[in-house]
Design a binder for this molecule. Structure first.
Ligand code: UDP
Length: 480
């Protein structure tokens, strides 16, 4: 039961690993920071309830169970079931309509709160909940689970001069966002390439709505994304209508999950224990991505031909919209004899892996990543340099940043004719550039990743740049 003497802070996450986990982890950071301040609030998480929670979303499901078992003083409130929309145009449109259908339930949950509510923190795709917050006189905050650069880009697209421009970004060479390094159009999020697409309109819609919130919380900081975070802090990335105030920015990252879903020593970790220091390339594509056999085979060959040790999380394509990857049958996906031939230098793991434990292992020397923002933050936290292998959403933009702005990664060229395809030869080349002892480029990004690790850890320590923002946010949420 909630303590009725405290005020309440409510969270509204999406039910997806890359959104829900960082939001609950933010809640935990607020609680930790709060214990050092004089007042207090309790935390409540509203959970949307897709069908077959445990089967369709096993990671979110087991993560929530593990959090409940830890008895963290976080109250989870499952909302009533809502049928998913069957008419939509792309993922962004789907999730926006779906979250909109939840608004009556969100309102009912907030209206029956045991204590006054000092803040509603909503996912970047759930900005319509701001209307409910306004109606109930609750200050609302957005948790932007991606980068400050992506937010700056979206804000730029919402300015009148860009809005009135008719040319698609697919037709220009680069996009110049004030204060940022120019972004090649090839690195633009695919959803933003065509102005008339539903995805483009939906993203710009949510960005405009973000401006109505009291604050925007970003899982980043000024050391990770210097120019973008500074520009957001000064509000210089967009033009506001007269009388409007730019929301307060809270760059509080990196917020990372260190929760253990399984406390037994994992097979991957046992294998890593036997490998030399910094000798292994870790290869993983997050919670949503799996490949056709043709791409799997190219990756397999590239890894083998690089001559470096590897730990590869290889999963199988799920069936249908919203169904994530499932555990793989490795014999089916890989060419005959591959596992036997590579068993001295490689491990292929067909299921969910304990990524943070892997990245923190002394034998990991590099990370081939799909560039999900959580994976990137985790890699930075452990000082692991990267090879970006982006697939969708804002991953291409993140990849560009890693290589050209943060300098913590070596680039990977995509097959000219097919942007989403990487050949074995190119993967081999990138791994060698990163991992070979004599590679000057590899040494440069390894050194830079080590610097980032120190900067990230310093940022979240007491008096660090992110900690100061977290404290400020706690101060706001303590006010009623
Ligand atoms: N993850 C993991 N094990 C896996 C795959 C992913 O622990 O086998 C975690 C990873 O550590 C990260 C999250 O799942 O915290 C994926 O989030 P990210 O933003 O990187 O990518 P998304 O899955 O949202 O595309």
């Amino acid at each position: 039961m909630a303590d009725i003497n405290k005020s309440c802070v409510y969270f509204l996450p999406l039910y997806a690993a890359g959104h829900l986990i960082p939001m609950v982890e933010l809640a935990k950071s607020l609680l930790q920071c709060k214990s050092t301040s004089s007042n207090s609030f309790s935390i409540h998480i509203l959970l949307i309830q897709p069908k077959n929670l445990d089967k369709a979303f096993p990671i979110c499901h087991s993560y929530i169970q593990s959090q409940q078992a830890e008895n963290l003083q976080i109250h989870f409130h499952p909302l009533p079931f809502v049928e998913q929309p069957n008419q939509f145009d792309g993922f962004e449109d789907f999730i926006t309509i779906y979250m909109r259908l939840y608004l009556p339930h969100i309102k009912a949950a907030l209206s029956t709160s045991p204590s006054p509510i000092s803040g509603l923190i909503v996912d970047m795709f759930a900005t319509d909940a701001i209307d409910v917050a306004k109606e109930l006189n609750i200050p609302s905050y957005i948790y932007f689970t991606s980068t400050a650069t992506f937010l700056s880009l979206l804000l730029h697209l919402s300015t009148p001069q860009v809005k009135n421009d008719k040319v698609d970004f697919s037709e220009v060479e680069e996009i110049c966002v004030p204060n940022l390094t120019p972004i090649p159009s090839i690195s633009m999020p695919p959803a933003l390439l065509h102005r008339k697409s539903a995805s483009y309109k939906t993203l710009v819609y949510h960005t405009n709505r973000c401006m109505e919130a009291k604050g925007i919380i970003i899982n980043s900081n000024v050391h990770i994304e210097t120019k973008a975070v500074e520009a957001l802090a000064h509000g210089s990335v967009t033009q506001l209508k007269p009388g409007k105030i730019f929301p307060e920015m809270y760059p509080i990252g990196p917020v990372i999950s260190f929760s253990e879903y399984n406390r037994e020593a994992h097979e991957c970790l046992k294998w890593l224990d036997k490998q030399p220091a910094k000798s292994v390339v870790y290869v993983s594509f997050g919670s949503n991505i799996a490949f056709e056999v043709s791409q799997v085979r190219q990756i397999a060959t590239g890894l083998e031909q690089s001559g470096h040790r590897f730990l590869w999380v290889l999963r199988k394509l799920g069936k249908g919209f919203l169904s994530g990857p499932t555990d793989a049958n490795l014999e089916e996906l890989l060419a005959e004899g591959y596992l036997e031939r590579t068993k001295e230098i490689g491990m292929v793991w067909p299921s969910w892996a304990p990524q943070n434990k892997i990245l923190s292992h002394r034998s990991i020397g590099g990370f081939v990543t799909h560039c999900g923002w959580n994976s990137i933050l985790e890699s930075l936290w452990f000082g692991v340099p990267m090879i970006p292998f982006p697939i969708y959403a804002e991953q291409h933009l993140n990849a560009f940043q890693l290589v050209n702005v943060m300098h913590v990664a070596v680039s990977l060229e995509f097959h000219e004719k097919d942007m989403g395809f990487v050949t074995a030869t190119e993967l081999e080349r990138a791994i060698k550039r990163l991992m070979d002892a004599g590679s000057v480029e590899g040494q440069r990004v390894r050194d830079r990743a080590e610097e980032m690790k120190l900067a990230c850890r310093k940022a979240v320590q007491r008096e660090g740049v992110s900690y100061v923002h977290l404290q400020k946010l706690v101060g706001e949420l303590d006010k009623l």
